[in-house]
Design a protein around this ligand. Structure first.
Ligand code: 13P
Length: 340
C-alpha cells in the first residue's frame, strides 16, 4: 500500500462516530505517580499487568477505536503471550505510540517549556511500525501565567509539532498533534481562550509550512476552561461555547477528527463537556475523546494491584468508555452515571 492510502486507512479506522481513543501512554515517571495513588510499586511486571487489564477488557473495541501506548508497552505481551499491539488490533483497536521524549525548560524563556524527541525520529518509526504502531502522538505543553506562554514558546512548539507530524506522515504513521494548554493556575476562561486560540493558530500555520496533509492528522487539544485555582470555575455550557468558538476559528474543516485530552478534569466533567459540545453541532470535524486520567482513574482505583479485582476494574473502564462514546454522539445523560 502506498503511504497516502495507508494514512487514509488508518484515519478511517480511528475516526468513527461514537468512538474515541484510550490514552494509556504514561511515561515511566507518570505511571509511577499514578501507581503511588493506589499504593503499588512501578515495576515492569506491574506496568505490564495493568496494561494487560486495560487492553484485554472485553467489548472495549465497541467504544474505543485506538489506544496510545508507551514505548515499553509496545514491546510487551499480554498474559497469553500475544504482543499488546496485536491484542488491540484483534479487538478492532488501532495501536499507536507516544513518540515525544517529554518536555524541558525552553532556553531564554523562563517558565516556558519545549518538547524533545525529533532527532532520530524517522529511524525510530521503522521499529515502531514493525511492532504494529499505526499512529503516533506528540505533546507540547503551554503554561498560562501573566506573561506566559511567550511568543517564542508558541512558535518553537508549533514548529516541533509540525516537524514531528511531517516525519510521521512520511513514515506512513498518522500523527496526533497535541498542544496542551495547562489548566494549572487561577486564570479566567477568557484568558484560556485567548492563549488556546494563539496556540492553535500558530500550530496550523506551522503544519501548513511543513506540508502536513491535514486530512491525515488528528488534533488533540485541551478544552478551554478557567484555571483549576480560579475563584470562578467554568460551567459545562461555558466550556462548550468557548472551546467550540476557538476551534471553529482555528481548525480547518479538512481535519477529520478532534480528540480531547482530559487534563485533570474529573471523569464525569470530561464526559459532560464533550457531550455538551456535540449537542451544539453539526460540527465540521468528528469531536471525540482521547482521555488518559478520565478513562483510567475508575479502573485504577478499582484494581489497586489485586488480581481478584481485574474484572471489576475492566467493568469500570468499560463504563467510562461507554459513557464517553455516548458523549461523542451528544447522547450522554448524567443519570447513566448511576447505572452499571
Ligand atoms: P489526560 O486525559 O489524563 O490529560 O491524558 C491525555 C494525554 O494523552 C496526555 O498527554
Amino acid at each position: 500500500m502506498d503511504t497516502r492510502s495507508e494514512l487514509q486507512a488508518t484515519v478511517e479506522a480511528m475516526v468513527q462516530p461514537g468512538k474515541g481513543l484510550l490514552a494509556a501512554d504514561e511515561s515511566g515517571p507518570t505511571i509511577a505517580k499514578r501507581f503511588k495513588t493506589i499504593g503499588i510499586e512501578s515495576t515492569e511486571e506491574n506496568r505490564r499487568a495493568y496494561r494487560n487489564l486495560l487492553l484485554s477488557t472485553p467489548g472495549l473495541g465497541e467504544y474505543v477505536s485506538g489506544v496510545i501506548l508507551y514505548q515499553e508497552t509496545l514491546g510487551q505481551k499480554a498474559d497469553d503471550g500475544t504482543p499488546f499491539a496485536e491484542l488491540a488490533a484483534r479487538n478492532g483497536i488501532v495501536p499507536g505510540i507516544k513518540v515525544d521524549l517529554g518536555k524541558v525548560a525552553l532556553a531564554h524563556a523562563p517558565g516556558d517549556e519545549i518538547t524533545e524527541g525529533l532527532d532520530g525520529l524517522a529511524r525510530r518509526f521503522v521499529d515502531y511500525k514493525q511492532q504494529g504502531a499505526r499512529f503516533a502522538k506528540w505533546r507540547a505543553v503551554y503554561n498560562i501565567a501573566a506573561n506566559l506562554p511567550s511568543r517564542l514558546a508558541i512558535e518553537a512548539n508549533a514548529d516541533s509539532l509540525a516537524r514531528y507530524a511531517a516525519i510521521s506522515q512520511e513514515a506512513g504513521i498518522v500523527p496526533i498533534v497535541e498542544p496542551e494548554v495547562l489548566m494549572d493556575g487561577d486564570h479566567t476562561i477568557e484568558r484560556s481562550a485567548e492563549v488556546t486560540e494563539a496556540v492553535l493558530h500558530e500550530v496550523f500555520h506551522a503544519l501548513h509550512r511543513h506540508r502536513v496533509v491535514l486530512e491525515h492528522i488528528l488534533l488533540k487539544p485541551s478544552m478551554v476552561l478557567a484555571g483549576s485555582e480560579s475563584a470562578r470555575p467554568s460551567s459545562t455550557a461555558e466550556i462548550a461555547a468557548h472551546t467550540l468558538r476557538v476551534l471553529k476559528r482555528t481548525v480547518p474543516a479538512a481535519v477529520p477528527g478532534i480528540v480531547f485530552l482530559s487534563g485533570g478534569q474529573t471523569p464525569e466533567e470530561a464526559t459532560a463537556n464533550l457531550d455538551a459540545m456535540n449537542r451544539l453541532g453539526p460540527l465540521p470535524w468528528n469531536l471525540s475523546f482521547s482521555y488518559g486520567r478520565a478513562l483510567q482513574e475508575p479502573p485504577l482505583q478499582a484494581w489497586k494491584g489485586a488480581a481478584a479485582q481485574v474484572k471489576e476494574a475492566q467493568q469500570a473502564l468499560l463504563k467510562r468508555a461507554r459513557l464517553n462514546s455516548a458523549a461523542a454522539l451528544g447522547k450522554y445523560d448524567a443519570a447513566q452515571e448511576n447505572q452499571d
